[in-house]
Write a protein of this length. Structure first.
Length: 364
């Protein structure tokens, strides 16, 4: 657990008293929940600012002695999982209902609609923006662990909660990562594929058996679909997202970390691929390009040439491409023959927005 000093965390009594007026207006100080702020740097990546905000909130929960167990995505992050994007909300399972607590009065944004008058979509957005969300539901003490002084849902319960309650894009990214943590996949899972896949199969059976406790309840079908699709072999959240888009649109499930031998005799591992039709899908990472852009581009070019010379086609997508789900699906769809895109779409892996807009399968 990081200390307060690590994150430049400043506990103050109320947002109205946070820093100077100019600091608040310029964003140099950002309020992330009542009484908690962080200093921001315009040159700092957005994901890093969000990560510091999350850590500050978690530490604030511990410092205030809130009676609850950290769950869902915050618990996943504490267990070491990756997330599709950071969020400020911390979810807690509590044994009491805080309905009688009163908010500290403070300034209200003139354009903000009260939750009482908001539409269903706007109310959902307001709820998702809350810094702390408390859930009153049964939680067996065997599903609670102590990590860095915080009570957190255990690994398997965290997987179940994320699969049930997160939108499918966020859920599969987190659950893939938690599977990797649970089975000890490490940085080179392809070196131990047989062991890892066997461990994943055992974990999946246990989780699906536990899921039966919630048969017919909210999130059951989604959780079932997420866990059936999950793998510890995925190396990034964007690989997970590319795989979800394939499954949700009726594209034949791609193999993960597909081994191919290049024309130079070296063995390469493609992020995703369809061996029978000799098509590989690579999700280009932003981090490697940021660290060594020239060297990474040279390595990619040499690797791609060796793979193409061995008779494989390659499709490259970036995280930015994958953020436009429909366009990304269309590019993958057009690169595949009809025989590889006639699977029934797994509709439980569609987000609410994707489902309401008619799904992801291209329309001709």
């Amino acid at each position: 657990m990081h200390t307060t000093d690590d994150f430049n965390h400043i506990p103050l009594p109320h947002p109205s008293a946070l820093g100077s007026q100019s600091d608040r207006e310029t964003g140099a100080i950002q309020a992330i929940r009542r009484g908690t702020v962080i200093r921001t740097d315009p040159d700092e990546p957005h994901w890093r600012t969000c990560s510091r905000a999350r850590e500050a909130i978690i530490e604030s929960c511990g410092a205030e002695g809130l009676n609850g167990v950290v769950c869902q995505e915050a618990a996943a992050r504490i267990h070491g999982a990756r997330a599709l994007s950071e969020a400020h909300t911390i979810h807690l399972v509590t044994s009491w209902k805080p309905g009688g607590l009163r908010r500290i009065s403070g300034p209200r944004h003139p354009g903000r609609v009260s939750s009482r008058d908001a539409s269903r979509a706007e109310r959902r957005r307001l709820l998702e923006a809350r810094p702390i969300v408390r859930h009153h539901m049964p939680l067996d003490e065997r599903d609670v662990v102590d990590l860095g002084g915080l009570r957190v849902t255990g690994l398997e319960r965290t997987i179940l909660d994320c699969a049930r309650f997160l939108q499918p894009d966020r859920a599969l990214a987190v659950v893939d990562s938690l599977f990797a943590v649970a089975v000890g996949a490490g940085e080179r899972p392809w070196d131990h594929r047989r062991r890892i896949e066997a461990a994943c199969a055992r974990l999946r059976r246990r989780l699906l058996a536990r899921l039966e406790e919630w048969t017919g309840q909210r999130g059951y079908r989604r959780a079932q679909a997420v866990m059936l699709a999950a793998t510890a072999m995925s190396q990034s959240v964007w690989e997970s997202e590319a795989r979800r888009l394939c499954l949700a649109s009726g594209i034949t499930a791609p193999q993960v970390q597909l081994a191919v031998r290049g024309a130079d005799g070296r063995m390469y591992f493609a992020d995703l691929g369809w061996l029978l039709i000799r098509l590989l899908l690579e999700v280009d990472g932003e981090v490697k390009l940021a660290e060594d852009p020239d060297g990474e581009l040279r390595r990619r070019a040499a690797r791609e040439e060796a793979i193409r010379d061995a008779g494989f086609d390659m499709l490259r997508l970036t995280p930015e491409d994958l953020r436009d789900a429909r366009a990304a699906v269309r590019r993958i769809w057009d690169a595949l023959p009809p025989s590889a895109r006639d699977a029934p779409p797994i509709t439980a892996l569609l987000t609410t927005h994707e489902r309401q807009s008619g799904g992801l399968r291209p329309v001709f």
